[in-house]
Design a protein around this ligand. Structure first.
Ligand SMILES: [Zn+2]
Length: 239
């Protein structure tokens, strides 16, 4: 975010923060009972206002090809974490949303995740940047910020806290997956831009404002498909 702001300032561009959502906390352990989450209703109309955003791409032979580039900071991982398991978190969350979107006939979403050291920053390709922060002063478990120039989305910055707000306890890898899945939902467009909530009011959905799950509910899948079935008011087309 700061780098973007600096670049925009240098170029004299009015880079606006379209949305910044702080998502409070994630559940502590596995659910004792497993409710049926497959039948929850779509919640897009309550999560979004009149404006919406999603990534768009070029349409060939009736299929819109959307390319999504995700870059993950790999500099802040605590040594106590299993590095390989940690590296699987973002691709796992990415694949869950991608599978739901790709059930649409008219849209095909492809995405790539790569790791970066502090020095590199490929602003031409990167559209979603994810950083894990080991901090104890945050009031949220995850945070997503969408920045735009006019109606053109510049990029999305996600920050995942590695410690639970207030208690300082390190999140488990499953909890980090839950938080990442929820924040990626915002990054894909279930985002409260221009004053909308960006959240579902049903606690069985991943996009409920707190709690989260490691898999999509029926409502999550229906909502993301509804979003990618229509044209947004804010976008960035990725080639
Ligand atoms: Zn949220």
């Amino acid at each position: 975010m700061n780098k973007l702001r600096q670049r925009a300032l240098r170029a004299g561009l009015p880079l606006a923060l379209l949305l910044a959502t702080g998502c409070p906390d994630v559940r502590r352990g596995a659910q004792i009972s497993s409710p049926d989450r497959s039948q929850t209703p779509a919640y897009l109309s309550e999560a979004l206002g009149p404006d919406s955003f999603r990534w768009t791409g070029r349409t060939t032979s009736g299929v819109e090809q959307v390319n999504l580039y995700i870059e993950v900071d790999d500099v802040n991982v605590p040594p106590s974490f299993d590095q390989e398991a940690w590296k699987a978190i973002v691709p796992k969350a990415r694949e869950i949303w991608k599978a739901a979107i790709n059930e649409l006939t008219g849209v095909h979403i492809d995405s790539w995740t790569r790791w970066r050291s502090k020095e590199r920053f490929d602003s031409n390709r990167t559209v979603v940047h994810i950083g894990f922060e080991e901090r104890s002063d945050s009031s949220w478990a995850g945070h997503t910020a969408v920045s735009s120039l006019a109606k053109q989305v510049n990029d999305v910055n996600i920050t995942i806290a590695m410690r639970r707000p207030t208690t300082d306890e390190l999140f488990s890898q499953e909890q980090l997956l839950m938080i990442t899945l929820h924040e990626l939902g915002h990054a894909l467009g279930i985002a409260g831009i221009n004053g909308a909530t960006g959240h579902s009011s049903n606690d069985l959905d991943v996009m409920y404002w707190s709690g989260y799950w490691a898999s999509l509910s029926g409502g999550d899948a229906k909502s993301i498909r509804a979003l990618y079935s229509r044209l947004p008011t804010y976008t960035r087309r990725n080639q």
